[in-house]
Design a protein around this ligand. Structure first.
Ligand code: ZN
Length: 259
């Protein structure tokens, strides 16, 4: 047994600690990593998969239907929305699915940092522009070989999702600014930094900044729920509640306690 396992154990005391932190704080910053859709039973999407242009949409359209266009929202997302109800909150989501948007939280309080599967962009990002995918998806539904092309340069269109380079961020700038305004506001008030399922795929997006925010904020509490990487940095230990538990197990217990 790992000698720090006791620090991340999931028990009644931990549930009470988290519930107490949430109750006493009016402000909650939420970070959603790949562990969130996973705990909702979704498959991890291989955004870096190498595909020929003619293979791209036949491969991705079924995933878009399953994780972005579908109307049923997994329970973990509606539970999170319940938990945030009545609070001042902001959510940074590193997933390109559509679950958080449909969970019941305010759309204006979400920053989709890595894009959105329901939008399209030019594969060359020639004009820094994105488009709603709806009309293209309808064509794909009728004709699986349909391939959308950029109206400016004729290059194949791809999902507006971050894959390393050529990502068009234009659509997310406003929410990006709001996210930073939320972080930098009201430093004198308690803040819960709730990190759900954020691992080390791209830690510079949520995980490392969250540790930094907690370090710099006099009244912040880090709540980290993560099956594989629940520990926090040494400097934040006294301000953190770390739980090595599945989000789908944790959220109902926390909700029950804060009622
Ligand atoms: Zn183009």
């Amino acid at each position: 047994m790992h000698n720090r396992d006791h620090e991340v154990v999931w028990d009644d005391k931990k549930i009470e600690d988290i519930a107490r932190a949430i109750k006493k704080s009016n402000r909650i910053l939420v970070g959603l990593g790949g562990g969130m859709p996973m705990s909702a039973g979704m498959s991890v999407l291989p955004f870096d998969k190498k595909l020929k242009p003619e293979e791209y949409w036949p491969f991705w359209y079924p995933h878009i239907k399953e994780q972005r266009l579908v109307q049923e929202v997994p329970a973990v997302y509606t539970q999170l929305a319940q938990l945030l109800d009545g609070k001042e909150y902001f959510i940074i989501d590193s997933n390109a699915d559509g679950f958080i948007q449909k969970s019941g939280v305010e759309l204006g309080h979400i920053y989709k940092a890595q894009g959105d599967m329901a939008r399209l962009q030019c594969s060359k990002n020639c004009k820094d522009q994105t488009w709603i995918g709806k009309s293209h998806f309808e064509k794909m539904e009728k004709d699986p070989s349909y391939q959308p092309v950029c109206p400016h340069c004729g290059a194949p269109m791809i999902m507006n999702v971050y894959t390393g380079k050529g990502f068009c961020e234009e659509r997310y700038q406003v929410q990006n600014s709001k996210y930073f305004r939320f972080i930098n506001a009201k430093a004198d008030e308690p803040l819960v930094v709730l990190e759900l399922g954020v691992g080390y795929t791209m830690p510079e997006l949520i995980r490392f900044p969250f540790e930094q925010i907690v370090m710099n904020h006099p009244n912040a509490t880090l709540v980290r729920i993560n099956t594989n990487h629940p520990l926090c940095v040494e400097e934040n230990k006294h301000k953190a509640i770390c739980a090595g538990v599945d989000i789908a197990e944790a959220l109902p217990c926390i909700l029950e306690k804060i009622k």
